[in-house]
Design a protein around this ligand. Structure first.
Ligand SMILES: [Zn+2]
Length: 304
């Protein structure tokens, strides 16, 4: 095993920096599992993995863990895959929900959010804010026709995930062609899994971007760091109407800056008042429905 080529590319200091970086990954489905494996193959040396699922037969075609891992928790499978690429990696894994063990997010350099559920993303947003943790979220649109990746910083200049979701879904029109009504992971009209192979590629394109932005964040303040034009990248896998009236061509991407919402229920002035008021009664759970309603989510993000 040799890291020579990665070392030549990014330098000895940066390789050491990645080896000492501690990355949390919550959600190890097709996207999160791929990000974990890719980060290990890029030199990241410390992982905290959180997922409550097991590898099932229906996952096999679109998961980095194949048949040998059938029935095993995804955290164990992905831990194994990381160690196959980097036997020196330190991997802490937890089979369960992040809400049950929020202290797992302590002392991380960055958090990769691989869950599909918007509700869980909102809960993670609360935890990341409490722990002053930068989090990188990814979403894949229905039928894998596109997706987005956003970096959310815990400071005042950045939107929180709740602001971001509200703004992006209101301000940016996302619609896909209605030619095929095949849902992600569903069996098609002809009774085959015809969409599956394409979907793996499409999920992975978004996940690759999420992993790459994670490395880029870990290499901040070095010459290898790329200054990003905005906080959100929208990837088109097919012709995608990102901005109303304009079709973005396949395999291209558009950067969009989503601003903080001063009236956000989580991080705005109103939010800090709510948090103060509800501190004794689990504010994050109480406000979840309000938040989802407020964010105008159209459920066009898939729920795997
Ligand atoms: Zn906010």
């Amino acid at each position: 095993m040799s890291w020579d080529r990665v070392e030549r590319l990014i330098g000895t200091e940066n390789l050491t920096r990645l080896a000492q970086s501690r990355v949390g990954i919550v959600g190890l489905g097709s996207g999160g599992g791929f990000v974990a494996q890719s980060l290990a193959m890029s030199g990241v040396g410390q992982f905290v993995l959180v997922d409550d699922d097991v590898v099932e037969a229906t996952n096999i075609v679109r998961h980095v863990a194949g048949l040998p891992y059938l029935g095993q928790p995804k955290v164990s499978a992905v831990r194994d895959l990381i160690l196959q690429r980097n036997p020196h990696a330190q991997v802490e894994s937890y089979h369960g929900r992040i809400e049950a063990q929020p202290e797992l997010l302590d002392n991380l350099d960055v958090l990769v959010v691989g869950v599909d559920s918007e509700r869980v993303k909102f809960q993670i947003n609360d935890l990341a804010r409490q722990k002053h943790l930068t989090a990188i979220y990814a979403g894949v649109y229905e039928r894998g026709e596109g997706g987005d990746v956003v970096i959310i910083h815990p400071h005042q200049d950045s939107p929180c995930y709740a602001c971001w979701a509200g703004n992006l879904r209101e301000g940016v029109q996302i619609s896909v062609n209605e030619q095929h009504r095949l849902d992600y992971g569903m069996i098609g009209e002809s009774g085959t899994l015809e969409a599956e192979p394409g979907l793996w590629l499409h999920v992975v394109r978004v996940a690759t971007t999420q992993a790459d932005l994670t490395i880029n964040y870990l290499l901040r303040n070095t010459p290898q760091h790329i200054h990003l034009p905005a906080n959100t990248v929208i990837l088109a896998n097919r012709f995608l109407e990102i901005m109303e009236g304009t079709l973005t061509p396949p395999y291209s991407a558009m950067w969009v800056q989503i601003e903080r919402d001063p009236s956000c229920l989580v991080c705005g002035l109103e939010g800090s008042r709510l948090n103060l008021k509800d501190q004794s009664e689990e504010p994050s759970i109480l406000s979840m429905d309000d938040l989802l309603e407020r964010s105008n989510l159209h459920h066009d993000l898939e729920d795997e």
